[in-house]
Write a protein that binds this ligand. Sequence first.
Ligand code: HEC
Length: 423
Amino acid sequence: MNAGPVIGPRLGWLALATALALPVQAQDLAGHGGPVGALDARDGLLVSGGFDTRAILWDLDTAAARNVTRFHDGNVTAVRLLPAGGFVTAGQDGRLALWQAQGRAPEFATMPGQSPIASLDVAPDGSAVAAGFWDGQVVLLDLATRTTTEMQAHTDRVVGLGFLPGGDLVTVGGDLRLARWTGGLDLQFRRDLPDLPNGLAVSGDRIAVIFAEGALRLYAQNGDLLPERFLTDRPLVAVAATSADIATAAIDGTVWLLAAGDLAQRHMFTAASGPVWGLTLTPTQVFTAGADGLIRRWSLEDATPLGDHAGVVTADYDDGSRGAEIWQSCAVCHALTPDDDSRAGPSLHGVLGRPIAAQPGYDYSAALRDMDIIWDEQSVADLFKYGPEAYTPGSRMPEQRISAEADRAALVAFLARATAAID
Ligand code: HEC
């Protein structure tokens, strides 16, 4: 962990606010309580979906979590930012949910589906969302009318889908086929694929498909095969693209950055020791995520890591103690000043001695509002001894535990000191 600069307690949080303006730009995003399987970034925002059933909206400039949502029953399997603001999530529960940037509950959700959703995309004009299901169905959700259209697109899992610039939809399935559909879901054509596809991303007017045999193939809008590259003998499991760049990742954590035109390799690097399931690109950065739940940032230009892989430093106050060091992982979601309501969790200013769910102005989950706990040094320590799932079931705070008793004691002592110093 990066404990940040050591500053005297009373001056601490004022001085730090200035000191932090620079490094934060390059921080990794730490906040999920388990593996992260889905990412999408654009225009300074990133949305992530985790096995912890949460989706988190992040501010990329400050690396702070803006909104932690908890709605799906099971993994959040796919996420997309919406061009008009807000985002859409899809889950193992087969549901699609539409969110405002700040909402605690979805503004709209479909009923539970027959099977999990594996893939998701938003039409270029922002008018519709398409979801691909494990049972081969595709559901189109019209964002203006909130009505859905369904069709059986494949006889096996829809492993990838994407909208072409003109609004047509392309899908690839476990039935080893690529298909193109009109915006009204009329079939244009089907093509057989040479191997099992694992995902799809649209790059400009071309279609990048990744395969279990380790190949990446580009297809034209008419289904013709363009360049192909055999990158590895391991399965490729994630793909993301802009019109200039394509990124793909293998099950062993290797990531390739390729020129979209001819698939020339620009860079290859190891992002993780296990699979990279979440992958997304902005014009300058690459984001990866997998089993350890940390969302890592890399430079698109030279593939160097931009974060320190040690969590986010956005603390309002730092006295250089062990407790302050542990607090760094909380600061991504909790402020210590009373008036900061820009983070995903409530300010913890003065939390010791306060009943649960009592910070004025914060919109708590119904689960927390119904509980009867007074936060003191013992109960805050217990919250992280047993974890929020067990101690406060239904909480939107992601699962996390602090295993060493001395660390829990250091954290609560720090909370008491920080509140006294910031008063
Ligand atoms: C990824 C975001 C996130 C992280 C990281 C996080 N929390 Fe939370 N926390 C939340 C959210 C969201 C809530 C409100 C939950 C709800 O309303 O269901 C919350 C609630 C709480 C509460 C109850 C507050 C109240 O007013 O009743 C405490 C105490 C707390 N968190 C402490 C911590 C500590 C200490 C850490 C670090 C060890 C931490 N949290 C890390 C998101 C987070």
